[in-house]
Design a protein around this ligand. Structure first.
Ligand code: PMP
Length: 439
């Protein structure tokens, strides 16, 4: 049990991505969690509408996962990952490859989404170099993309707030246009308009020449920038253009991986396979930090050509394939398999999506975007201040016992995949009241 919060400890913690001064005037604390709920230190239940932070896909405190972590901590707490191994790291890789999109049969471990992104970007550049195309170093991201917070990720990312504080970012980076097309407002499922936006890659090829471009990175569904769904045909077109120009395609599946859309991965869902795929979050159900980059035999084998005693890829982390994370991930995959969670969002998408789309009747709702068990409800700014109305709604929902998330003017929802109809009702009833009172 934790001791009561003192002013000194409140002051000591510089919180990430938080309005610290405002938060510390009225801290919002979570002390316990089980399945679909959190509880505050005072014992007030809060329904989790966002799976923690898009990660607790099987719901909180699942005994099988808890026990696996506990047992592993007692058995093998750490093993060095460089030139050494432990059985679970290999077992997990085998399990992951079984559910991965066909063709992605190699797994490289990291500790977070941000690290997965850096790893994939470095792999892409090093792959071209290993094939004698060392001039292919340019990276192409997308406006309104989010790829974590490390320098590579914010460079290819397209969120000005995350970039402008940090001076010169990676050079040799360019961006595709984002896919948010006003013609698609309130479209059910995948938007009709905007497949041609993938042709923006041809503009960048004409500008830079394909021979300088290593990779394109996109989120199949952009979560952290307001739940932007790919227009029909967009990802397919991007795949075709990358193939045409010898450019690698990276899908950042940190949010969409592990069942969010109703298929194990967005790549499976949309039937488009990237060359590299970044994951994290749902990999361990949010319990122990872990990420993984998936790639192809071809990319992997390109690195395996030098003398056998020489390290093939000069990259990795002290905690790559950490035993606790591997144990947590294996127990998570067992839970997903046993309960059919990697496809459950496909079943729940109907009631969830219908309830989300009903929000369009409320005042100040500008758009509703939803697919699988993810939804974005975009609100008009309050008094001309971007994000203010959505943040008010977030605070009100918290008071009313539902945790939602805001990204700019959008209220984002991504509940645990074990969600039941009564939870859907509670989330949207609460949201309705909060949106009404923020009018
Ligand atoms: N990529 C995407 C698409 C994400 O949504 C996130 C996190 N929301 C990240 C990368 C970064 O992950 P992390 O916070 O684990 O570093």
């Amino acid at each position: 049990m934790s001791s009561p919060l003192t002013q000194a400890s409140l002051d000591a913690y510089w919180m990430p991505f938080t309005a610290n001064r405002q938060f510390k005037q009225a801290p919002r604390l979570l002390a316990r969690a089980d399945r679909m709920h959190f509880w505050t230190p005072e014992g007030r239940p809060v329904l989790d509408g966002i799976a923690g932070l898009w990660c607790v896909n099987a719901g909180h405190a699942r005994p099988r996962i808890v026990q696996a972590i506990q047992a592993q901590a007692a058995e093998l707490d750490f093993a060095p990952p460089f030139n050494m191994g432990h059985p679970l790291a290999f077992e997990l890789a085998g399990r992951l490859v079984e559910i991965a999109p066909k063709g992605l049969n190699k797994v490289f471990y990291t500790n977070s989404g941000s690290e997965s992104v850096e790893t994939a970007l470095k792999m892409a550049i090093a792959y071209h170099r290993a094939r004698g195309e060392g001039q292919r170093t340019r990276l192409i991201g997308r406006e309104r993309g989010y790829h974590g917070v490390n320098f590579g990720g914010i460079s290819v990312g397209g969120m000005v707030a995350n970039r402008k504080m940090f001076g010169t970012l990676l050079t040799g980076v360019d961006h595709l246009r984002h896919t948010h097309d006003p013609r698609n407002l309130f479209s059910p499922g995948q938007p009709e308009h905007g497949a041609d936006l993938a042709d923006d890659l041809e503009r960048l090829v004409a500008l830079h020449d394909a021979s300088t471009i290593a990779a394109v990175i996109v989120e199949p569904v952009a979560g952290s920038t307001g739940v932007l769904l790919p227009p029909k045909g967009y990802l397919e077109r991007l795949r075709a253009l990358c193939d045409k120009h010898g450019i690698l395609l990276i899908f950042d599946e940190v949010i969409t991986g592990f069942g969010r859309l109703g298929s194990p991965f967005a790549a499976t869902h949309f039937g488009v396979t990237p060359d590299l795929m970044t994951t994290a979050k749902g990999l361990t159900n949010g319990t122990v930090p872990m990420g993984a980059v998936f790639t192809t035999q071809k990319i992997h084998d390109t690195f395996m050509t030098g003398p056998e005693h020489v390290i093939e890829f000069f990259h990795g982390y002290t905690y790559s394939g950490h035993p606790l994370a591997c144990a947590a991930a294996i127990a998570t995959l067992d839970t997903y398999a046993e309960e059919g969670l990697l496809t459950r969002a496909a079943t729940m998408a109907e009631p969830f999506g219908a309830a989300a789309r009903a929000m369009r009747e409320l005042p100040n709702v500008v758009d509703v975007r939803t697919m699988g068990l993810v939804a974005g409800i975009e609100l008009a700014p309050l008094d001309g201040q971007p994000g203010a109305r959505a943040f008010k709604v977030f605070l009100d929902c918290w008071e009313r016992g539902v945790l939602v998330r805001t990204t700019g003017d959008t209220v984002a929802l991504s509940p645990p995949l074990i969600i039941e109809p009564e939870h859907v009702d509670q989330i949207f009833k609460t949201l309705t009241e909060a949106i009404r009172s923020a009018a």
